[in-house]
Design a protein around this ligand. Structure first.
Ligand SMILES: [Zn+2]
Length: 301
């Protein structure tokens, strides 16, 4: 699965942000970014050059309206109904682990999971955290609940919660172990942490190789699997209490088409023109590439 032209590239002396092992080798080259594979944990991470990195303000959630669409969503807001449907599975998983009380969703975007969580009636208080000021403003306005703009790992805890969720968020954080360790202080004793992210060992991810839709540098800068996530959570001071997998996602035809054409390296403008025509079509994608870890803070960190 390794790109042939780059097979002989030397091992990196960078330290893996998950397990701290060096010697990662280039696995894929995607739109100007090198994805390194760690020999220690099997996780992947980006070898970022100075100035490369993700930003989330502006049009991140509405890339379909922008001239450039190498990453981001076609139109996150327009797909709200589909997101609410998808998040039922996340709520079902939380329910299996008795989640209730005050919940904080880190990487809440414009609040679709928080909306689904509120509709479930299981939580007494809801808070959202996101790096995007625009997204946080939308959450405050729409849900009237607390929402704070900031980056997990460097921002002060906005409160103490019974449940902390990171849905498709941890892969955006360049120093995930440090961020997860900081998040321990956000949880009440015995609190529940749920982390959902792509699994780079899932059969479909292996089959698609560098065309796996999850490979969206620089937004996704760290890629996990069960082993890598176990190492990250253990190093951050958690004990894992369960695993679940998400098999199906409803996506709009526009978002699916944009991602597909992007993975085929088509120019963004062409990808957008083709995607726009399918904005109102909903497709169930059965993939099994999303892994969810459930954890609690360890007694002795
Ligand atoms: Zn590693």
């Amino acid at each position: 699965m390794v790109d042939r032209a780059h097979e002989r590239e030397t091992a990196s002396d960078l330290t893996c942000p998950i397990c701290q092992v060096t010697g990662a080798r280039p696995r894929y080259h995607v739109r100007g970014y090198t994805v390194l594979a760690c020999p220690g944990c099997g996780g992947w991470y980006l070898a970022l050059q100075p100035g490369q990195g993700a930003t989330y303000d502006g049009d991140y959630l509405r890339r379909g309206r922008a001239s450039e669409a190498t990453h981001g969503y076609f139109d996150y807001e327009r797909d709200r109904a589909l997101h609410l449907r998808n998040f039922q599975r996340n709520l079902e998983i939380l329910g299996e682990f008795g989640a209730a009380g005050a919940l904080c969703d880190v990487g809440c975007a414009s609040g679709h999971f928080l909306m689904a969580a509120r509709a479930s009636g299981r939580f007494t208080a809801l808070t959202g955290v996101d790096p995007s000021h625009a997204a946080v403003a939308a959450v405050r306005e729409r849900l009237g609940c607390a929402a704070v703009a900031g980056l997990l790992g460097v921002m002060p805890a906005p409160g103490r919660y019974d449940v902390l969720t990171l849905w498709e968020t941890i892969e955006h954080i360049p120093r995930p172990v440090e961020a997860l360790a900081a998040a321990r202080a956000w949880l009440r004793p015995g609190g529940l942490l749920a982390v959902g992210t792509g699994d780079n060992t899932a059969p479909l991810a292996r089959l698609l190789g560098r065309r796996w839709w999850y490979l969206v540098p620089p937004d996704h800068c760290v890629y996990f699997n069960r082993r890598a996530l176990t190492i990250a959570l253990t190093r951050a001071g958690y004990e894992i209490i369960g695993w679940r997998r998400i098999w199906t996602h409803w996506v709009s035809g526009a978002n699916a088409t944009m991602k597909l054409l992007r993975s085929l390296d088509l120019p963004p403008a062409k990808a957008l023109a083709a995607a726009g025509a399918l904005a109102h079509v909903a497709l169930p994608i059965i993939h099994g590439t999303t892994l969810v870890a459930l954890a609690r803070p360890s007694q002795s960190p």
